[in-house]
Structures are given as structure tokens and as C-alpha cells.
Design a protein around this ligand. Structure first.
Ligand code: ACO
Length: 704
């Protein structure tokens, strides 16, 4: 049966409360009380077998007896009764069930939770929860929760996986002066998940920014897809960032993938802005909900204080929106509104003499100027100025400029009068903060939003044309031999099916074959042991490089065999790989894991100590597009090395990005086969000269 659209959940015209209670202090009483006191205008149907009236509402003995199929039911009966209630609601035609009750999968009873979802879906109904606080909606005056009141009004809507945190956010919205239209508690996400709510909120005329507190997704991919399709800004605070599964990983990449890194990558790809902490979630949500994205990189800062100007300059660098000197014409005009000893460069320091008129004139001019893509106005409270008048001048200047679609944020540093002036600004649509770095951070979020949206929907390369069957054949052969990993030669064959430039590598079973292959490939060559029982070839003395002639090849063949047998007497030796010796290049590592939440995921990092010691790596959920791959290069600390250091030419980043795209397509197409893999090292040559995969490793998924 087609599932309901969630309109009735988020904007119910009537609501049943199953488990409503006449006893103050019970959740079933609080929900009725909240609906009433917070002004819900729809019909309310309390349901309780023993009561006749609660807070003036007529009480019904069961769901069947209420006069209509309410848009939503809020369920507050103990867990053991919930399944029957879900079924009764389904029969009545109630399509949206807000199950507040705890005691399901969070305490190990997954089965009961699944049965409820199955039952609900049978009737086309949806479940929010269970184990939630409920929903608060200012625009509907709907407090369908046991949170004490509706939050301060605002334009963000927040989804929270923690009920207690949602209540805390609700209360602190008033203290912080950051409002929300809706607060949605998502709990166990038995049915409705983040993706469903993002999709709905993106269309909601009362929501301009979607904020979320996330502990973990059930299905990371549907979340990414929903966010990619959304046009509104989305900001997430993710908790629980310790590594998971890393200890059990069989590949290099597996041991480096942690929840924080993979979630961070997924948010990037989804176009979701991250909040560093709870304060940041409030601050950035405020800016994202009130202001448009920052479309270019030119940020101008106006101030009456040198100190806050320098703090803003430092913050601009830190948050990725570094200040540039304003062009001469901008400086010349701004100079008219400051004393001789002011500075019009950027930050524009009007000095402590700045009053309403100068703030008005500089804000109006700067905001309208085509060079300026975003404006931050700073103010330190002085005895000669009135913060509210400064705030009003800034707002009037923005309005009078006649320009729309550019972001502005403000910071007032001062006392109570400044705090009140900032409240006034927020009420009038201009985000204002108590410190300059916060105003910069807020505008940086608007810049980040624009940049992410620019590349988020870029198509990855298609898997069509790759010889999937051929790859599976190689894998199946290994499986029939009882192996759970491919040899280097097999792994390279699979890589090359997907167009990865691997070094020519062939297997020799005899010394003469090794010599013949070396001649065919061309000296110098590398020779390596091929044995499923020897994974760390160098440790076993199983690798010889720079073999220059036939005599050296014969010698290497014998030495490698001898070393391998000494390392592991009963090792199953397939032979010796003879491999083209690739010229030196910058070493990088690529790899893949199957993340439990997001599925096939790519890793990139610089090789050698960068990966071994510094763990300087970054991730993307596959498939990865060319621009996302290029972005990965700038995310690692060793980024300058690829850009070319110490007079070296820049490395071939386009070719490397192409390899990442192909690799990511491979792990998508072979996701039922490949568990983890590494290409390590991959040598990257100077621009135009490509890359070479020198070693390859594929670990197979265990089949039932
Ligand atoms: N139909 C209608 N009413 C029913 C039915 C039914 N089938 N079965 C029971 N009821 C009534 C009961 O008679 C009772 O009403 P009464 O007060 O008139 O007797 C009412 O429903 C509630 O049932 P109780 O047995 O009294 O249960 P109680 O109110 O103590 O607890 C609750 C129920 C709140 C659902 C509880 O089981 C629970 O899950 N609590 C935790 C909820 C929670 O915290 N969720 C959010 C987690 S997030 C966070 O941490 C903040």
C-alpha cells in the first residue's frame, strides 16, 4: 500500500491521543495539556478506557469510537499495548502515528518495533519514533509532545535523535535567541528517518534551514540522496565519532576508516554543512535560516574597532573565507566615512568615532558594491553610540541598498544594550553574534553552502562499458580455490577492467619463464612472491626491485623462493610476479571499505609516513565524481605536496581524480564481491603524465 505523505504528521488538522490520562504528571496528561495551552486549533480526541473528560476535552474509550480518522495519533500507552493500538489506528484510517513510548529496539526488542512498522505499512500509515518526545510546530501551534512549550519562533526546523537534547534545545532557544519553526524527535527511526523528514521539510514553506542532531543513520545512502535533492541548507551536528570496526579490518584502508571520517565524507557529498558543537549548530542554523548563500569569495568586514577587526581577520582565514584588500574604488569611497587615521583596506576600520551615519553609509555602499559577495559588520559598544540605533542603521542601509541575495552577518561586542540590539537585528532577519569570529563563522557557513551545492549533484562516471562479468569470473576462480582474497596479479586484472592504469605484471612459474617475461616487459623489472599465504611480501623477503638483466632476474627468482620458504615453509606459492618497474612518482594510497552505514566507500591519502604515521587520509562514499575527487586532494594536510613543492611541477591531479572515479565505480559494481581493497602505492607523475598503480589488494566478501 502507498505510504502517507507526512502532511498529516507535520500539519495535523485533528489528533488522537491514545493513552491520554487525567492524572497530572503523566505523559498522557502532559500531551493533552500542551496541545491546549500552546494553542493547537485542530480537533483533539483523548482516548482512555477509564476517563470521560480530560482538561475539558471529551474522552473516547478506544480509537474506533472517535468521530473521524484523525490526521495523526500520538501514542502514550506502555510498549506492550502499542502493537494493538497501531493496528486499531490503521483500521480507523489514521495514517500518522507519533509513538512516544519507549521500550523497543533501544532496549533490544527489535521484533516488536518491526511488527509495528509492518502493521502500520499494511494500512499505508507511517510511524515517527518510537521512543520520542514528539513534534513541536510553531506554525501549526502544535505541541504534540511532552516538551514544556513551543520553542522560540524561528525559520529553522530541527530533527533530533536525542529526545532529551530536543527538550534542552527547546528551552535554550529563548536564552540564545535562536528560534525554530519545528522540533522533531526522531527516536528509534523504526520507519520515518532523516531522509523522509529532509524531503518533507525541504518543501515546507515555514522552514528555511534544516538542522539536525545525528547519532547515526540506518541507511546512509538514502540520507545522502535526499539531501542532494534538497534545495534548502542542511546542517548537522554528529555525535559518537569514535572508530568502529577498525580493529577487525583486514586492509590498510579498513584500519583507517572511522565513523567520523566516513560521516564527514558523506555530509560533504550530501551537501550538508557540519556543526562543530551545539553552540555552532545554533549559530550556523541562525545564519543559514535567515540569509542567502554567499556566491563569491569576496568578504568585506566593517568595524569601529581594530581589535575585533583583527579577530575577524584571523577567523576569516580559519573558516575558509580569507579577507582580501578591497579594490581601490571601494577603498576611496569608504575613506569618506572615517577619520584620516582610519583604514579602508579590509577590514574597514572606521575607528571608535563611527556613529550611525558612517555605519549607514559604509554598509549601504559596501552591500551594494559588485565586488562584495558577503558583508560582516562589527561594532564595539562605545559611550558615544547607541547600539540599537547602530543596529537600525545597518538594517536600513541593507534595505536601502536595493540589493538582494547577498549575505550579511553582524557582531556587537558590548553589554545588555548590545544584546538587545542584536535581538532586534535577528528579529529583522540579520543574524547577530556576541563575538566577531562567530559572525565570520556564520557567513562562512553560507559560503560553504553555496560551494557544496555547486558540485553536489555532479554525476559520477557511469559503470556501463566495464566488463563486470570478467571481473566476477576472476573473483569466482579465487573463491572456488577457497581463497578470500585475490593475488596481486588477479587484483590488478580486476583494476584494469575498470580502466585503472596498473603496472604490467605477469606470473612466472619457472625461472626461465621469469626471464622471458622480464625481457617482454623490459628491464629493469620488479619481482615479487605470489602466495595467498604471504600477504606482507616485503617482510618475507619476497620483493626484489630494479632487476636490470637476465642474470639478476635468475638470481632474484631463486632468492625470493628461498626467502618465502624460510618465512613460511608450507606456503602455497603460485609463482613469482614479474612487474614493470615504474619510474619514481609521488606515492599515494587509494583504498576502499564497505562502511556499515554508507556501503562502498573510497579512501585517499599520501603514501609512506603520511598514511602510516600521520593517518592523513580522507574519504568519500562511492561513487565519487571528478570534482569530489579533486576536493579530496585539498582536504589532507599533505595537500601542498600534490600541488608541487620545492620547485617540483604539480602532480597530475586530473588523472588521479579519474582513477578515483573509476575505482569508486568498481567498488559500487562489485559491492557484493569486494569487502576491502587497497591500491598502494599509486605513483602520481607530473601534470599530463598520469599515474601508475604499483600494488593492488582485494579482499573478498564472505558469502553465506
Ligand atoms: N488505549 C487507551 N488508553 C490506554 C490503553 C489503550 N489501549 N492502555 C492503557 N491506556 C491508558 C492507561 O489507562 C493510562 O491512563 P490512566 O492514567 O488513566 O490510567 C495511560 O494509558 C498511560 O498508561 P500507564 O500504564 O499509566 O503508563 P505510563 O503513563 O506510566 O507510561 C509511557 C506510559 C509514558 C508511554 C511509558 O511507557 C514510556 O514509554 N515512557 C517513556 C517515554 C519517553 O521518555 N519517550 C521519549 C524518550 S526520549 C527522552 O529521553 C526524553
Amino acid at each position: 500500500m502507498k505510504l502517507d505523505s507526512l502532511d498529516g504528521l507535520m500539519k495535523p488538522k485533528s489528533v488522537a491521543v491514545v493513552g491520554a490520562s487525567a492524572t497530572p504528571g503523566k505523559i498522557g496528561y502532559t500531551v493533552i495539556q500542551n496541545l491546549q495551552k500552546d494553542g493547537y486549533k485542530g480537533a483533539v480526541y483523548p482516548i482512555n478506557p477509564n476517563a470521560t473528560e480530560i482538561l475539558g476535552y471529551k474522552v473516547y474509550p478506544n480509537v474506533t469510537s472517535i468521530p473521524e480518522a484523525a490526521d495523526a495519533a500520538i501514542i502514550t500507552v506502555p510498549a506492550k499495548f502499542c502493537l494493538d493500538v497501531v493496528d486499531e489506528c490503521g483500521r480507523k484510517g489514521i495514517k500518522n502515528l507519533i509513538i512516544i513510548t519507549s521500550g523497543f529496539s533501544e532496549v533490544g526488542d527489535k521484533e516488536l518495533e518491526e511488527k509495528m512498522v509492518e502493521t502500520a505499512h499494511k494500512y499505508g500509515s507511517r510511524i515517527l519514533g518510537p521512543n520520542i518526545v514528539g513534534i513541536c510546530s510553531n506554525s501549526e501551534k502544535f505541541n504534540g509532545s511532552f516538551a514544556p512549550f513551543l520553542p522560540l519562533e524561528g525559520k529553522s526546523s530541527l530533527i533530533s535523535q536525542s529526545g532529551a537534547l530536543l527538550i534542552a534545545i527547546d528551552a535554550s532557544s529563548y536564552i540564545r535567541g535562536v528560534g525554530f519553526d519545528k522540533l522533531i524527535s526522531i527516536g528509534n527511526m523504526a520507519d520515518i528517518d532523516f531522509a523522509d523528514l529532509v524531503t518533507w521539510l525541504d518543501k515546507d514553506e515555514n522552514t528555511s534551514c534544516i538542522s539536525m542532531y545525528v547519532e547515526g543513520f540506518k541507511d546512509g545512502r538514502t540520507f545522502i540522496e535526499a539531501c542532494q535533492k534538497a534545495s534548502k541548507p542542511i546542517i548537522a551536528l554528529k555525535s559518537g565519532v569514535s572508530a568502529h570496526g577498525a580493529a577487525a579490518a583486514a586492509s590498510h584502508t579498513g584500519s583507517l576508516a572511522g565513523a567520523a571520517k566516513v560521516y564527514g565524507a558523506a555530509f560533504q557529498q550530501a551537501g550538508v554543512i557540519q556543526a562543530a558543537d551545539l553552540d555552532d549548530l545554533f549559530d550556523r542554523s541562525l545564519a543559514l535560516s535567515l540569509q542567502p548563500p554567499m556566491k563569491g569569495e569576496n568578504l568585506l568586514v566593517l568595524t569601529n574597532g581594530g581589535g575585533v577587526g583583527v579577530l575577524a581577520t584571523d577567523a576569516a582565514e580559519k573558516y575558509g573565507v580569507p579577507l582580501k584588500f578591497a579594490p581601490a574604488d571601494v577603498q576611496a569611497e569608504l575613506k569618506k566615512h572615517m577619520p584620516e587615521f582610519g583604514s579602508a583596506k579590509n577590514p574597514v576600520d572606521m575607528t571608535g568615532m563611527a556613529g550611525n551615519e558612517w555605519y549607514y553609509a559604509t554598509t549601504k555602499f559596501s552591500y551594494a558594491h559588485k565586488w562584495v559577495d558577503g558583508l560582516v559588520v562589527l561594532y564595539c559598544e562605545t559611550a558615544m553610540t547607541n547600539p540599537l540605533e547602530i543596529a537600525q542603521s545597518i538594517k536600513k542601509a541593507v534595505d536601502d541598498s536595493g540589493v538582494k541575495g547577498k549575505p550579511v552577518t553582524v557582531s556587537f561586542v558590548g553589554g545588555e544594550r548590545s544584546v538587545n540590539a542584536m535581538r532586534w537585528l535577528v528579529d529583522h532577519g540579520i543574524p547577530a553574534y556576541g563575538a566577531p569570529d562567530l559572525a565570520i563563522n556564520a557567513i562562512a557557513a553560507l559560503r560553504e553552502f553555496y560551494k557544496m551545492k555547486e558540485i553536489v549533484n555532479e554525476a559520477p562516471i557511469s559503470c556501463e562499458g566495464f566488463q563486470y562479468e570478467q571481473a566476477v569470473e576472476i573473483i569466482n576462480k579465487a573463491r572456488t580455490e577457497g581463497r578470500d582474497s585475490l593475488t596481486e596479479i588477479e587484483a590488478k586484472q580486476v583494476f584494469s577492467i575498470y580502466g585503472l592504469p596498473v603496472t604490467a605484471t605477469e606470473l612466472a612459474k619457472t625461472e626461465d619463464e621469469a626471464v622471458a617475461l622480464a625481457k617482454k616487459i623490459g628491464f629493469p623489472v620488479v619481482m615479487k612472491i605470489v602466495s595467498p599465504d604471504i600477504l606482507h611480501k616485503s617482510d618475507a623477503g619476497g620483493v626484489k626491485v630494479n632487476i636490470k638483466d637476465e642474470a639478476a632476474a635468475r638470481d632474484a627468482y631463486q632468492t625470493i623462493l628461498k626467502n618465502a620458504k624460510a618465512y613460511k615453509a608450507n606456503a602455497n606459492i603460485h609463482g613469482i610476479a614479474v612487474q614493470e618497474m615504474a619510474p619514481w612518482g609521488t606515492e599515494v594510497i587509494l583504498g576502499s571499505v564497505n562502511d556499515p552505514t554508507f556501503g562502498p566507500t573510497m579512501m585517499f591519502g599520501l603514501g609512506g609516513i603520511f598514511v602510516e604515521v600521520l593517518k592523513d587520509v580522507t574519504f568519500r562514499v562511492a561513487p565519487v565524481s571528478q570534482n569530489q575527487a579533486l576536493r579530496m586532494f585539498s582536504e589532507i594536510r599533505g595537500a601542498p605536496i600534490l600541488a608541487g613543492v620545492r620547485g617540483e611541477a604539480p602532480r597530475d591531479r586530473e588523472a588521479l581524480a579519474d582513477v578515483i572515479c573509476r575505482y569508486s565505480s568498481m567498488i559500487i559494481q562489485l559491492q557484493d564481491e569486494i569487502s576491502e581493497s587497497d591500491a598502494n602505492p599509486v605513483l602520481v607523475y607530473e601534470e599530463g603524465k598520469g599515474v601508475k598503480v604499483v600494488d593492488a589488494r582485494i579482499i573478498l566478501k564472505k558469502k553465506a
